[in-house]
Ligand binder design. Structure first.
Ligand SMILES: [Zn+2]
Length: 790
């Protein structure tokens, strides 16, 4: 940059205006730079030459207030390398000291001119000693104070020496230095607040000459703008190695740096109750329990230790911290909990399986090359992890004869979706691998087998899979795997039960004794609902026994028993044992024989609360079925608290569902469908029109807007969902054992009679519950019809 203001031009001339504007523009650029930085001193160091050029000065010195507050110390200098740090008292014994004292800028033509100095203050003095030592002749000086206006505190002094044209600094530069001082005052006061350590976490990289202060500043700014980590920018744009960053962090925190280690053993005991999401969010991980205590890996050990979370989770542990980079922390997380999005996609893995000239000839496990076998193992693991992450319930492996590829599909939200196809020649090796994982006989290929995979033995993901192999046409074997994810109970309030039913459900299940059933086909969410109910009842003063097959949801406080028919522990045996084990509440996975149901009735009549499931379609039908099984109607009527029938309907994707106002015809159809359910009730039989009007009025009250208009939604489809649907919602038909119902049971009444009575007692059928959920925008009528087929 050249001197734009070097020559004095007549005031008001075109040139002066232009050069003044040019100066102010450049000063603004410097100001912006200072304001955008976290480290003022470093940016000043980088900018000092620019500032000298801008002010057309030879040298720049910035002083800061010394700790004693009685002097100032030079902290940034250009062109004075031969002089050590200079400390000046705040007094008129030096020009900078004088400016600090009076807090006013001075502009001196020649500091050797005693008269000129005296005009400022009688005792003002210039220290010629420095010049003597260095042989430099100081002449002009433009000096300004850096003052925190708000607190009235002096922060430092900016000093420019020797105007390059040999004459006094012009007035515009006086204005300039005041602006510069103001900018620095703001920057310093703002930067003084945060812990000074924070701003130099990566400073060691500069000290180690891995990159310049300017580059670090650039990376920091880029990170701020992109919302990414400084580390990412350092690695990607400045090719800084993680290990170097590690060393800098180690120096900063004063703790050993722990790099990612491929061979680290997963500390299962320490990770037992920790979730990936939580660890990712709180940025610490226990990595081992060693001689120095529990070793904690963290990206910011100071913050972690201040938060004191670890002490609450591991109250007795002595903690030893290790610092690591964000990237390596993430790698370790992946290593311990399974990769969130492993770099190797299933397509990568498949390409590792050679399918050139795939003639459909089966490759046996023994023929596989070591490399291909390794790829196959990874492929199976990847399939399972992908299915789990996608929220799939089942994995279907469907080999086809000849050269045709094996199709793999996932069941998600109740529907199958294609996942991948695997070369035909690997179908046997694939089946063999899965059989090995669940310890089945790999040579048996003509009979169905079933087994279980404890997946955490093979990958860092704690799930189990129930596996069924079935020989199918063409001499191949189908495999279906059900994912049994160790889940947690959903609170009753979050189950999607309508407020009307939630109230009735809570009242029913809090009775001290009785029998309660949840019914519906396989996969209708019965177990989930029962666990939500048990969760609601699970208090320290209640003993709850459960017999389940399998135990899919675990709850602290419950005593859960896994049924094992092979070793003689079936539901009836478990139930008998529970009755001798002082229970308050008993849950039996299912009751499908007379013996178990009879035992359940007996248990509830002797003061216990008993829950179970039935494979029946509707609530009234369940009662008739149980009576038909040979239950005593009087005992059963006494015991029965209620029956909840349930279905899962696809939920509209909240991201893309499209609102619309239904036409009169559409609304009419919906109303007809709803009222059809109520046909047998007293009110509909006496005056159907009046009853319909009542129903519509209820709808408007619950779902209509101020004008009585309804808003429905239709499925669209977006990248967050599957054809407009995401997840499922329960539809509920809750029949309560009212006195009227109990009487009808004793009379062994027909389904239609039970239904009409239940409806009059406030029951909604599955279809009605579904239509309520259509009117509130959760699902659409197509999905409700799909699951309410009678
Ligand atoms: Zn969507």
């Amino acid at each position: 940059m050249s001197a734009v203001l070097g020559t004095q031009t007549p005031a008001g001339s075109q040139d002066e205006v232009a050069s003044r504007l040019d100066f102010l523009r450049k000063l603004q650029a410097v100001t912006n730079k200072i304001h955008s930085t976290a480290n003022v001193d470093e940016i000043m160091l980088d900018l000092s030459q620019d500032i000298c050029d801008l002010f057309d000065a030879d040298r720049l010195t910035i002083y800061a207030l010394a700790e004693d507050k009685a002097s100032i110390v030079s902290k940034i200098k250009t062109g004075l390398n031969s002089v050590n740090q200079l400390k000046l008292p705040i007094s008129d014994q030096s020009v900078a000291g004088y400016v600090a004292l009076v807090r006013r800028a001075v502009n001196i033509r020649d500091v050797y001119d005693e008269q000129e100095l005296k005009a400022h203050s009688p005792k003002l003095h210039f220290l010629r000693e420095v010049d003597k030592r260095t042989g430099y002749r100081t002449k002009q000086m433009l000096v300004g104070p850096i003052v925190d206006e708000a607190r009235g505190e002096l922060l430092g002094v900016v000093q420019l020496i020797n105007h390059r044209d040999g004459d006094t600094f012009p007035a515009v530069l006086e204005e300039g230095i005041r602006e510069l001082c103001k900018t620095l005052a703001i920057a310093y006061t703002q930067r003084l607040r945060p812990a000074p350590l924070l701003r130099s976490k990566y400073h060691q990289l500069v000290s180690d000459a891995v990159l310049s202060a300017g580059e670090l500043e650039e990376a920091t700014r880029a990170a701020r703008n992109s919302g990414r980590l400084v580390e990412d920018h350092l690695v990607e744009e400045f090719q800084v190695k993680l290990a170097w960053i590690g060393v800098a962090l180690s120096r900063f925190f004063g703790l050993p740096y722990e790099p990612f280690r491929q061979d680290r053993v997963r500390p299962s005991d320490l990770l037992k109750n920790l979730k990936r999401e939580f660890m990712e969010q709180s940025q610490w991980l226990p990595i081992e329990d060693g001689p120095e205590g529990m070793v904690i890996l963290a990206t910011d050990p100071e913050q972690v230790s201040n938060a004191r979370v670890i002490n609450t989770i591991f109250p007795k542990a002595r903690l030893a911290y290790r610092v690591t980079t964000h990237a390596e922390f993430r790698q370790t997380l992946d290593q311990f909990f399974g990769a969130e999005s492993s770099l190797e996609t299933v397509v990568d893995l498949l390409s590792g399986l050679d399918d050139d000239d795939d003639d459909g000839t089966d490759i046996s496990e023994a023929d596989l090359s070591a490399a291909a076998e390794n790829e196959l193992v990874k492929l199976v693991n990847k399939i399972i992890i992908d299915a789990y992450r996608a929220g799939a319930s089942d994995i279907h492996i469907e080999p086809r004869p000849g050269k045709e590829k094996t199709v793999i599909r996932f069941r998600k939200d109740g529907s199958l979706e294609n996942y991948i196809e695997v070369p035909a020649s690997y179908r046997n090796a694939l089946a063999a691998r899965i059989k090995i994982m669940c310890e089945l006989d790999i040579s048996e290929r003509r009979k169905p087998q079933d087994g279980k995979i404890r997946f955490k033995k093979f990958a860092p993901l704690d799930i189990e899979l129930r596996v069924a192999t079935i020989p199918s046409a063409g001499g191949v074997e189908d495999i279906v795997m059900r994912i049994l994810a160790a889940g947690e109970p959903i609170p009753l309030e979050k189950l999607g039960v309508l407020p009307h039913n939630l109230e009735r459900l809570k009242n029913t299940v809090t009775k001290p004794y009785g029998l309660f059933f949840v019914c519906g086909p396989t996969g209708s969410g019965k177990t989930t609902t029962l666990h939500s109910v048990l969760h609601y009842l699970n208090t320290p003063d209640t003993k709850i026994w459960t017999a389940e097959d399998p135990v899919e949801i675990t709850q602290r406080g419950l005593r859960q028993v896994q049924v094992n028919r092979k070793s003689g522990l079936d539901f009836a045996t478990a139930m008998r044992a529970f009755l001798r084990a002082d229970p308050d509440v008993i849950m039996v996975g299912e009751m499908r024989d007379k013996e178990t149901v009879a035992m359940g009735i007996e248990a509830s009549l002797t003061g216990h609360l008993v829950f179970s499931t039935l494979h029946t379609n509707s609530a009234p039908e369940s009662i008739v079925r149980l009576l038909d099984m040979g239950m005593d109607p009087f005992n059963f009527a006494d015991a029965l608290l209620g029956v909840l029938a349930q279905r899962l309907a696809k939920r509209l994707c909240s991201h893309c569902r499209q609102a619309y106002e239904p036409t009169a015809e559409e609304l009419e159809l919906l109303l007809a469908e709803y009222c059809e359910e109520l046909r047998g009730t007293e009110s509909f039989r006496s005056d159907a029109d009046a009853a319909r009007t009542d129903v519509l009025a209820g709808w408007k009250r619950r779902h209509g807007d101020a004008h009585g208009k309804f808003t429905l939604y239709r499925a669209v489809g977006c990248d967050q969902c599957n054809q407009g649907y995401k997840g499922r919602v329960g539809l509920h038909e809750l029949m309560i054992g009212t006195d009227r119902l109990k009487r009808l049971i004793q009379e062994h009444s027909r389904v239609a009679v039970l239904l009409a009575s239940a409806l009059e007692d406030g029951m909604l059928t599955l279809k009605m519950d579904g239509i309520e959920k259509v009117l509130s925008g959760i699902t659409d009528v197509k999905q409700v019809r799909a699951v309410c087929i009678k």
